[in-house]
Design a protein. Structure first.
Length: 178
């Protein structure tokens, strides 16, 4: 009878071990299934966020298309003036090309907005005295030659001689900070 009891005890032990193994496997499967559901939910959420971001990007792209076109059109004019010395040199070239009589010139750099792409500007105070037509044509060519400049002050008064005018011009040329 001892063999019979030993066999029964061994069978009961094997059945218990199998039940324990099946229960552990079922618990592990349930845990993996929950992890899979969470990962699937997270993936769907991320996909929705990606679609929303793409939609927002397309909307931003369509809203800024015209602005980017203007930026790309004006960018070459601003890139020519990366330092105040570049802007000073360009002004000197325009004066030389216009062949006007320059009485005085003063250059200084002022800060426009810290941290922006255009944070500084070269301020040029020029005093020109020459023939009326020649000086005004030079002023027009100045605006053509340096389209990114802003004429902050322009005073025209009668010159010392006949058809001459005394022209005081203050130019502001933005310095691109790239």
């Amino acid at each position: 009878m001892k063999n019979h009891q030993s066999a029964c005890f061994l069978l009961l032990f094997l059945i218990g071990a199998m039940l324990y193994g099946v229960n552990s496997l079922r618990n592990a499967t349930d845990g993996a299934r929950e992890l899979m559901k969470e990962a699937l939910l997270e993936a769907e959420t991320n996909e929705m966020q990606a679609q929303n971001a793409m939609t927002a990007l397309k909307m931003l792209d369509s809203k800024t298309a015209e602005l980017r076109l203007v930026y790309n059109e004006w960018k070459p004019h601003f890139e020519g003036h990366r330092t105040p010395q570049d802007a000073e040199q360009r002004i000197a070239e325009v004066i030389r090309e216009g062949d006007v009589f320059l009485i005085s010139q003063k250059f200084e750099t002022t800060e426009i907005e810290a941290g922006s792409i255009i944070k500084d500007a070269l301020v040029a105070d020029l005093v020109v005295e020459d023939d009326y037509a020649k000086a005004l044509n030079w002023l027009g060519r100045l605006e053509e030659a340096i389209p990114s400049c802003r004429i902050a002050k322009c005073e025209i008064i009668r010159g010392d001689r006949g058809n001459d005018i005394h022209l005081e011009v203050r130019l502001e040329i933005p310095i691109l900070n790239i």
